[in-house]
Design a protein around this ligand. Structure first.
Ligand code: NAD
Length: 465
């Protein structure tokens, strides 16, 4: 078999690269080891977790609305049906992708791809193997959950994120190792389903990459809702007992037995899993493949995108990179020029941030102004029964240009889009403050934060300068 462009991996990065290349006139083949397109994100990651997070939100809101004088009985949770709904959403998207591939004449070959040379790859599926020759290739092989070798990894009570999404029962006591985005999102789901949650995080803060003031409202809420949050603590060992998994911690935390443990301590790139060395591609010891701004590896005709080329490991970064690789292959003068990649934790409340963080601004000695608007002063936030949110903007002290922003609260993951656009368009604080935002909305907190900087705020007292 021969193809002009071979895309190795059919996740969001891979299929976007393939579809864009096809739309630009290339003959494209995707090699994907699983029978469906969509990768981790669509099948065992972003999408199924969002379906479960929606269920969690409805359960929580039904409880919270009691303060409005509306009470519901405790929910009856049919796990099988919930799981079926989650799978149905993924399947609908899988089917959509298969249809889009067909409409574009993109060939999908199922099997594990391993390079044979810079222009050929073997695709193994069970006993059978076929060789595909290509002119250009785009590696989009993604990443996998980090496993800690000393843990009892064969024990079904020790889960990774894929296992947790399987919803194989609701443990009474669940320990989550890692207070990053995966750990916290799964905590939100299982807490709503009825588990007692404990979290252990090595660093002194959950979501370590985010500013502390943005994380604070989430931390305050989960401190109330969860059993225990252990910061600056690591797990020293896990022993599999009949009655549960006995976990020992650093510091003076006592050993504790949990029904299940979720390990969410990060992901590692799959660069070593496709025999990239046979094509002459440099893969570092962690499994990352270095690329230039046009997504080209050290081998002229081979490109790489997504989790395998570096952090952050986010689907929207992979998609953007995939399109660049496809465009470069089609002869366009494309390259990575995005100013930021937004981050969102779909927790309750949601946490979203983009551009420069305040920690980074301080570390880099950047002279910045900060405007922070507490959602306790937002009519819309109060009317939906929530007052813990915050929106903040960092701007250049001299020019007023937006440098970074973040928000924590209901729908923060949607609201961050305006901040990203503002950064990309080179907007200044007064551009935001002078943009008429609909009232009452959560979105107007972005304008209020800008007004906190330029002093025009009327919904609060302007900060003294
Ligand atoms: P992460 O790196 O975001 O968080 C892992 C956390 O585990 C870190 O805070 C780290 O300090 C901690 N940790 C590491 N080893 C530990 C140990 N031995 N004991 C205790 N704590 C330990 O990783 P993740 O949450 O597993 O997510 C993996 C990747 O997937 C990330 O790149 C993330 O951005 C991405 N992801 C994104 C989303 C989203 O965009 N909403 C959702 C899920 C995953």
């Amino acid at each position: 078999m021969k193809t002009e462009v071979l895309v190795l991996g059919g996740g969001p990065g891979g299929y976007s690269a393939a579809f864009r290349a096809a739309d630009l006139g290339k003959q494209v083949t995707i090699v994907e080891r699983y029978p469906v397109l969509g990768g981790v994100c669509l099948n065992v990651g972003c999408i199924p977790s969002k379906t479960l997070l929606h269920a969690a939100q409805v359960i929580n809101e039904a409880k919270e609305v009691s303060s409005y004088g509306i009470s519901f009985d405790a929910p009856k949770i049919d796990l099988k049906k919930l799981k079926a709904t989650k799978d149905k959403v993924s399947k609908q998207l899988n089917t959509g992708l298969a249809g889009l591939a067909k409409q574009r004449n993109v060939t999908v070959v199922n099997g594990l791809g391993e390079f044979l040379s810079p222009t050929s790859i073997a695709v193994k599926n069970g006993e059978s193997s076929e060789t595909i020759e290509f002119e250009k290739a785009i590696i989009a092989v993604g990443s996998q959950a980090v496993k800690i070798p000393s843990f009892p990894n064969g024990d079904p009570r020790l889960m990774d994120s894929t296992d947790a999404l399987e919803l194989d029962g609701v443990p009474e006591k669940l320990l989550i190792i890692g207070g990053g985005i995966i750990g916290l999102e799964m905590a939100t789901v299982y807490n709503a389903l009825g588990s007692k949650i404990s979290i252990v995080e090595m660093q002194s803060q959950i979501i370590a990459g985010c500013d502390k003031d943005l994380v604070r409202p989430l931390m305050a809420k989960i401190k109330k809702d969860y059993e225990k949050i252990m910061l600056s603590t690591s797990v020293e060992g896990i022993e599999a007992l009949d009655e549960g998994l006995k976990v020992s911690f650093s510091g003076d935390n006592e050993d504790e037995v949990f029904d299940k443990v979720l390990v969410a301590v990060g992901r590692r790139p799959n660069g070593h899993l496709c025999a990239a060395d046979k094509a002459g591609i440099n893969v570092d010891e962690r499994g990352f493949i270095a690329v230039d701004k046009q997504q080209r590896t050290n081998v002229e005709n081979i490109y790489a995108i997504g989790d395998v080329v570096g952090n952050p490991m986010l689907a929207h970064k992979a998609v953007h990179e995939g399109k660049i690789a496809a465009e470069v292959i089609a002869g366009h003068k494309a390259q990575w020029q995005a100013l930021t990649i937004p981050s969102v934790a779909y927790t309750d409340p949601e946490v979203a941030w983009m551009g420069l963080t305040e920690n980074e601004a301080k570390a880099q000695g950047i002279d910045y102004e900060k405007g922070a608007f507490p959602w306790a002063a937002s009519g819309r936030s109060l009317s939906i029964g929530r007052k813990e949110g915050i929106t903040k903007i960092l701007s250049d002290k001299e020019t007023g240009r937006i440098l970074g922003a973040g928000m924590t609260g209901t729908n923060a993951g949607e609201l961050i889009a305006e901040a990203v656009l503002a950064l990309e368009m080179g907007a200044c604080v007064d551009d935001i403050a002078l943009t008429v935002h609909a009232h009452p909305t959560l979105a107007e907190t972005f304008a209020f934060a800008a007004e906190m900087i330029d002093g025009s705020i009327t919904d609060l007292m302007p900060p003294k300068r």
